[in-house]
Design a protein. Structure first.
Length: 280
């Protein structure tokens, strides 16, 4: 068993954005299937759950203590770790391993008072590490503080999860070209921009990176309300093989849809279509 569940696919503001009256936010307020929480993914294997980031605050409701085998952090921005703070006071044993980038600062006092969490030394990048039920390869990303993505391998399937990033380091692109993945899950914060954003990908950048890697499938995540709104506008579509992730979506190990809790009204926002004409 290897299944990737998107728990949160939004940026730090989420969707709807507080105080925003754009069409995407208005729809999200009335349709729960259009809402996006902060970044969090659950990787399900035969032996339990590996969390990638913890941007949502209700992890205790979603998972029993014994289900979570480990946590992989991409970085220590609060929208990726805020869900750890209520969990750390658990008095159960054993402690839960947390793999992290090489960031000596961390977030608030998590290092000083880790509670149930065992923050492990950073793993070497570009090397596959065997965690038993799952093999992971950390890959450096480009962000405003130390950040890494992960290639997940389970038996014959390989999936890369890469957020938050603005472009990709050449060394990471080289690794993905040499070690192809079945699917790429990639940061895409906003629609095409005249200039690429500083800390995240716009759609133009995300599509260019996907083509360089040669991955058969691309899933866009860390999505903001402006991209959701852009996708609803006539004439704005995604190439074949590219879709937008949604909270509640589950993928098989090869990146194809396994199950989804989305309503039919959400499907049109994630459907692949002919190549769009992108502004530059």
């Amino acid at each position: 068993m290897f299944e990737v569940e998107f728990i949160g696919t939004g940026d730090a503001a989420g969707v709807p954005v507080w105080g925003c009256d754009c069409p995407a936010c208005r729809r999200a307020r009335t349709d729960p299937a259009r809402r996006r929480e902060s970044a969090c993914v659950a990787v399900h294997t035969e032996t339990g759950v590996t969390l990638i980031d913890a941007g949502v605050g209700d992890l205790a409701r979603r998972f029993d203590f014994g289900q979570i085998r480990r946590i992989l952090l991409t970085h220590f921005h609060m929208d990726h770790v805020q869900g750890l703070f209520p969990l750390r006071w658990c008095e159960r044993t054993p402690r839960i391993p947390v793999h992290r980038p090489d960031d000596p600062i961390g977030a608030d006092d998590l290092y000083k008072h880790p509670g149930v969490f065992d923050f492990r030394p950073p793993l070497a990048p570009f090397i596959e590490h065997d965690l038993g039920d799952l093999r992971i390869t950390p890959l450096p990303l480009r962000h405003s503080r130390p950040t890494q993505g992960y290639v997940l391998r389970h038996q014959r399937h390989r999936l890369a999860y890469l957020t938050d990033t603005a472009g990709l380091p050449e060394t990471t692109l080289h690794h993905l070209r040499r070690h192809p993945v079945d699917a790429l899950v990639l940061d895409c914060h906003v629609p095409p921009q005249p200039r690429p954003p500083r800390n995240h990908n716009d759609l133009t950048t995300a599509l260019a990176l996907w083509r360089v890697t040669g991955a058969p499938r691309l899933w866009l995540t860390h999505v903001g309300h402006h991209l959701d709104d852009w996708l609803r506008q006539p004439g704005n579509a995604l190439p074949e093989g590219v879709r937008v992730a949604a909270d509640g979506l589950r993928l098989a190990g090869d990146g194809q849809v396994r199950t989804t809790h989305r309503t039919s009204r959400r499907a049109d926002a994630t459907r692949s279509s002919p190549e769009p004409r992108l502004a530059t």
